[in-house]
Ligand binder design. Structure first.
Ligand SMILES: [Zn+2]
Length: 353
């Protein structure tokens, strides 16, 4: 073989090796990272198309909205009506002596008085109960502002926040309570209990014992993994406790405020399993957290500790969400949309607890 030929063979081999490496790097960068921004370009690795479709079993539970009202209304238990616009939820109870309404989301509250009149033609609306003070669930209360003698019920702390914030859509509570409050109307009983699973002030377990119905808003999303940051909870420790607290009640329907699917006891049990799986996955990884931080900080030549901290969080988060997506993708919808957020929320909690 001439020197020229040897040179050509070596050069050819080098080109192949470099090409192979380049391809490998490309394949590596094309792996989707769910924490990245969702790309609107279908050709990108992080394209919206790379996320899993909604599971068929979730789709099968979605009720059809009425084409005229754009609402779904169902008497889910005797005298107890469930209302949704596909995104938000509310309910009302006919008692024979007046109607009790639970939450008034601004997205459809204006339609509620008419819906209630159709289903309870001879009963006045007597009570409006707030699940918590957030405007997206009670900001449509002003639809009931012309009802004489309407009692608006909420915890004292919620009433104080409502007064401070001054949202004109939210009627100020007329009946407040500290820890618990029970009341009856007609043949029906309602039991309210303060909790702290979601909002920055107080949440309420709204329980209607006869119908085995409970309301705990912004907790689970039936058929789906919980929303971002576990329903944007203000306190992940209290959110974790929520599941055992709610399961102490004798209920078979849970209204959790979002999506159009009304939840049941199995949905709570499944969501509990999901949340505890995220927690246990993070608890398993946390003992290596400082070591990961040290390793990347060294790689960054000790120049940027904040960046090293972020990188350590990202490495735990990435491992956690990959495991969670793998274990839950066939059980709950949108796991790949929110798993990163759930893992990160849990990391931050366990850095501090
Ligand atoms: Zn809320």
């Amino acid at each position: 073989m001439s020197k020229k030929t040897i040179f050509a063979v070596v050069a050819g081999a080098l080109v192949l090796i470099v090409g192979f490496l380049a391809l490998n790097i490309e394949a590596e960068t094309e792996k989707r990272n769910t924490a990245n921004v969702v790309s609107l370009n279908p050709k990108d690795a992080n394209s919206y198309r790379s996320f899993a479709p909604i599971l068929e079993k979730t789709k099968a539970r979605i009720p059809q909205l009425d084409p005229v009202t754009q609402l779904y209304v169902e008497e889910v238990k005797p005298n107890l009506f469930y209302v949704t616009d596909g995104i938000y939820q509310s309910a009302f109870l006919k008692t024979g002596a007046g109607v009790i309404v639970f939450d008034a989301p601004p997205s459809f509250a204006a339609k509620l008085p008419e819906i209630i009149k159709q289903r309870a033609p001879n009963e006045a609306i007597k009570y409006l109960v707030y699940s918590h003070g957030h405007a997206d669930h009670v900001g449509g209360a002003s639809a009931f502002s012309d009802i004489q003698g309407l009692q608006v019920v909420a915890p004292l702390k919620v009433a104080e926040s409502i007064k401070e914030e001054g949202n004109p859509g939210i009627l100020p509570p007329t009946k407040t309570f500290q820890d618990q409050h029970k009341f009856s109307l007609g043949g029906e009983k309602v039991e309210l209990k303060s909790a702290a699973f979601h909002s920055e002030d107080v949440d309420v377990f709204i329980y209607v014992p006869k119908q085995k119905f409970i309301m705990a808003v912004d907790t689970i999303t039936p058929g789906e993994a919980p929303f971002m940051d576990f329903g944007v909870t203000a306190d992940i420790g209290e959110y974790i406790k929520f599941f055992d607290e709610v399961l102490l009640y004798d209920f078979d329907i849970i209204l959790s405020g979002h999506v159009s699917i009304l939840g049941n006891r199995e949905d709570v049990v499944e969501a509990r399993e999901y949340v505890f799986d995220v927690r246990d996955t993070i608890l398993k990884a946390m003992p290596t957290f400082l070591e990961r931080f040290g390793t990347v900080f060294e790689t960054f030549e000790y120049t940027n500790d904040n960046l090293a901290y972020r990188s350590a969080i990202e490495s735990v988060r990435g491992e956690c969400s990959a495991e969670i997506i793998d274990r839950w993708k066939d059980r709950l919808s949108v796991v790949d949309v929110w798993a990163d957020s759930h893992c990160e929320k849990m990391i931050l909690y366990y850095i501090m607890h």
